[in-house]
Design a protein around this ligand. Structure first.
Ligand code: TYM
Length: 358
C-alpha cells in the first residue's frame, strides 16, 4: 500500500436511496502524468477501502480525437498497467476497457436524446479541444459528455473521483440523470422504481492535488497534449528524467515563503508546494514552515527525492506489467464480463422505462 487512506476521502457523503458505488475512467491517449496520478489514480486506490469500485479505460472517448490503432491498443494496456501498479485490485474491484461493454454506447444514445444542445454548448473542454476550427470537430467530441454520463449511470454509480477539470462534465451528468428522472417520472413510478431511477452522482474532487499545473507555466494545467515533455512528469519517467524536469521547472526569483499566504500570485511555487504536499501527505503550512526562506534549488532536490521514492516503484511495476500483455488482456476481459453483468439489467430497465420492446 503506497498511500494511507485520508479522512477527507473515506468520509465521502452517501447518496441516499442507492447502493453506493464508485465509477471513474481515464482516456488511453498517450503518457499518464503526475496530474492523472495525484488527481485521479491515488483517489481510486484509496476509495477501494470504502466502496465497490469500477475503473474503466475509456477507449470510446479516446477516438473522439484521431488515434493510431496500434498505439491505441498499447495505450489501453498502459493505462491498465498504471491502475494495477498503483494498487488497484482487479479481483475485488473491476478494471476493464469501455468498448467491451456495449451498454455504454447504448445508454449514451438515449442520453443524446435527453441532453440539450444548450448544455453541451457550454462545455469548456469541447471549446478547448475543438479550438478555432469547430466546424471540423467530430460529432463524437461534441457528444463526449453524454457518453461520460452514460459511463457513470449505466452502473448507477454514486461517487466519481476526478480532477478539477472534470467538474463541469459531472454537473452535466447530474443534469442528465435529473432530466431523465423527471421526463419519465410517471413510468419510473409505475414500474416500481421509486422516486428516481438514476442517482445524482457525487463528484469526489477533494484532496491536495485536484489541479496539478504545468512545470513550464503555472497558469496551465499539466496535460498529455502539451507539446513540451518538460511540462509534465510521466509515470514512465526514470529518476534522472524526473530530476531533470524538476530542476528545469519554472520558478520565480523570490525564496519560498514561510506561510501559505505568501504563495498567492506565485503559481509555479504554489504548484511545486502542492505536488510535494500531495506526494508526502503533509500540509502546505507544515512544508512552508520547514522550507520557507530557503532557495528553490534545495526544495526542488527534496521534491525530486520524494517523487522518485513514490513514483519509482509504480513506474517499475508498470514496465513489468506491460511486458505481459496476456495478463493485462485477461484482467480486462474478466473485468468487462463483470461490468456487463451490472450494466445489462440497468440497460434493460432503461429500455422498459423509455418504452422499447425487448
Ligand atoms: P482524462 O483521461 O483527461 O484524465 C484522467 C483523470 O485525471 C485527471 N487529471 C488531472 N487531475 C489533476 N491535475 C491535472 N493536471 C489533471 N489532468 C488530468 C482528470 O480530472 C481525470 O480524473 N473525461 C475524462 C474521462 C472519463 C471519465 C468518465 C471520468 C470518461 N468517462 C466517467 C469519470 C467518469 C477524461 O478525459 O479524463
Amino acid at each position: 500500500m503506497l498511500y494511507e487512506p485520508r479522512p477527507e476521502l473515506t468520509e465521502t457523503k452517501p447518496v441516499p436511496g442507492f447502493a453506493q458505488r464508485v465509477f471513474s475512467g481515464i482516456q488511453p491517449t498517450g503518457n499518464l502524468h503526475l496530474g492523472n496520478y495525484l488527481g485521479a489514480i491515488v483517489k481510486f486506490v484509496q476509495l477501494q477501502q470504502s466502496f465497490p469500485c469500477i475503473y474503466c479505460v475509456v477507449d470510446l472517448h479516446a477516438i473522439t480525437m484521431p488515434q493510431e490503432p496500434a498505439e491505441l491498443q498499447q495505450s489501453i494496456r498502459e493505462v491498465t498497467a498504471a491502475f494495477l501498479a498503483a494498487g488497484i485490485d482487479p479481483v475485488k474491484h473491476i478494471v476493464f476497457n469501455q468498448s467491451r461493454v456495449h451498454e455504454h454506447a447504448e445508454l449514451a444514445w438515449v442520453f443524446n436524446c435527453i441532453a440539450r444542445l444548450g448544455w453541451l454548448n457550454r462545455m469548456t473542454q469541447f471549446k478547448d479541444k475543438a479550438g478555432k476550427d469547430r466546424e471540423n470537430a467530430s460529432l463524437g467530441l461534441y457528444a463526449y459528455p453524454s457518453l461520460m454520463a452514460a459511463d457513470i449511470l449505466v452502473y448507477r454509480a454514486t461517487h466519481v473521483p476526478v480532477g478539477e477539470d472534470q467538474k463541469q462534465h459531472l454537473e452535466l451528468t447530474r443534469d442528465v440523470a435529473q432530466k431523465f428522472n423527471n421526463d419519465y417520472s410517471g413510468r419510473i413510478a409505475d414500474l416500481g422504481f421509486g422516486a428516481g431511477y438514476f442517482p445524482l452522482p457525487e463528484p469526489v474532487i477533494q484532496g491536495p492535488a485536484t489541479r496539478v499545473m504545468s512545470l513550464r507555466d503555472g497558469s496551465k494545467k499539466m496535460s498529455k497534449s502539451d507539446p513540451s515533455d518538460y511540462s509534465r512528469i510521466n509515470l514512465s519517467d526514470d529518476s534522472d528524467t524526473i530530476a531533470q524536469k524538476f530542476r528545469k521547472a519554472k520558478t520565480d526569483p523570490e525564496p519560498l515563503p514561510s506561510e501559505e499566504k505568501g504563495l498567492e500570485s506565485r503559481p509555479e511555487a504554489e504548484n511545486l508546494v502542492g505536488i510535494y504536499a500531495a506526494l508526502s501527505g503533509r500540509s502546505r503550512a507544515e512544508l512552508l514552515a520547514e522550507f520557507g526562506g530557503g532557495q528553490f534549488s534545495a526544495f526542488k532536490q527534496a521534491l525530486t527525492d520524494l517523487a522518485v521514492d513514490k513514483l519509482g516503484p509504480v513506474g517499475k511495476r508498470m514496465k513489468q506489467l506491460t511486458a505481459d500483455p496476456g495478463y493485462i488482456d485477461q484482467v480486462l476481459r474478466d473485468g468487462a464480463e463483470r461490468a456487463s453483468a451490472i450494466a445489462a439489467p440497468i440497460m434493460n430497465d432503461v429500455k422498459d422505462i423509455v418504452g422499447f420492446l425487448r
